[in-house]
Design a protein. Structure first.
Length: 316
């Protein structure tokens, strides 16, 4: 079942309790008491058919929360003259939207008009981590869905090329600390990246080096084979770590070895405080799991929505 983390919500997310529409662990206890189990079943069924679903759902939740808070805006479709978040450049590789749509249908059948798409996504992200072997946590509920989704705002997402100060600023703007930054970066233990997100590290890095010197030479050579210069192989890329469908602390061990894909991953070693956290999480999976669960609750409690959508793809 994963590592159980006991939490007192407001002691961890005190700065968000008033701004997060008073999220509550028992928000649906009287109106949709089995919402957790309904969503868990949908996520489990989807994962049994495609083991990349957990990584996709966790990434969906991150990309939702970092734009306008966790309001389900990443789920909205473009319409008329408006290009929605999901069609912004950083989000074009997002997938598994169908899992959230299926979960919404199942929840609506049991409790019509009660549960927001934002809450469904937050619960699905937690379930994904558990199914991949990671920690579990109690998800505070009561988010509302947003009515605004703009592709242009996806430029605010943290870039794989960010340095440590840019990463810290990006997280700070969301009320997230440096501790949260290092813990949540551990989500990169799951998933896959296209060449475009890391090719600048392995080709013409700068005027002195062809390859980023912080990258392990043999690892760089393997990536060059996958992503040659002027690569035009559709969907070419690499898994985030060798155990890319298992939620573990391998990611932090790879950072210490110079074997991660993104500059933003390696940047965690460039400041003493973040480097110490990387070493701590590399040596203790329990410490990582506890920190990750706490930071997920904190991040997912940022909300600014206004309604409960009937259809996650469109405003009411």
């Amino acid at each position: 079942m994963g590592f159980i983390v006991a939490l007192i919500l407001c002691s961890i997310v005190s700065s968000f309790c008033s701004s997060a529409n008073s999220l509550s662990l028992n928000y649906y206890s009287k109106t949709c008491s089995n919402v957790d189990s309904i969503i868990s079943k949908v996520v489990k069924d989807a994962t049994s058919k495609d083991n990349t679903v957990p990584a996709a759902l966790l990434r969906l939740h991150f990309h939702d929360c970092f734009i306008r808070g966790c309001d389900g805006s990443v789920l909205l479709e473009s319409n008329g003259g408006n290009k929605a978040e999901k069609d912004g450049a950083p989000n074009l590789s997002l997938h598994a939207f169908f899992v959230i749509e299926n979960a919404k249908k199942a929840v609506e059948a049991a409790c019509p008009g009660i549960v927001s798409c934002a809450d469904i996504l937050a619960l699905a992200a937690r379930d994904s981590v558990v199914l991949a072997g990671g920690p579990t946590w109690e998800v505070p509920k009561g988010r509302k869905d947003g009515r605004t989704s703009k592709a242009t705002e996806t430029a605010k997402l943290p870039s794989p090329a960010f340095n440590i100060s840019q990463l810290q600023q990006s997280f700070s703007l969301r009320g997230l600390s440096t501790d949260d930054l290092v813990a949540l970066s551990g989500g990169h233990t799951l998933g896959f990246s296209h060449c475009s997100s890391f090719e600048k590290r392995i080709h013409n890095f700068n005027s002195t080096h062809d390859v980023d010197p912080t990258m392990h030479p043999s690892f760089a050579a393997s990536l060059k084979n996958i992503c040659p210069v002027n690569n035009n192989v559709k969907n070419a890329g690499a898994t985030m770590d060798p155990s890319s469908t298992t939620f573990d602390n391998t990611y932090y061990k790879l950072i210490l070895q110079g074997k991660t894909l993104f500059s933003s991953d390696q940047a965690l070693l460039t400041a003493p405080y973040t480097k110490n956290l990387v070493s701590k999480f590399a040596s203790s999976k329990t410490a990582f799991y506890t920190a990750f669960a706490n930071s997920m609750i904190k991040m997912s409690s940022i909300n600014g929505g206004q309604e409960v959508r009937k259809d996650c793809r469109a405003v009411n």
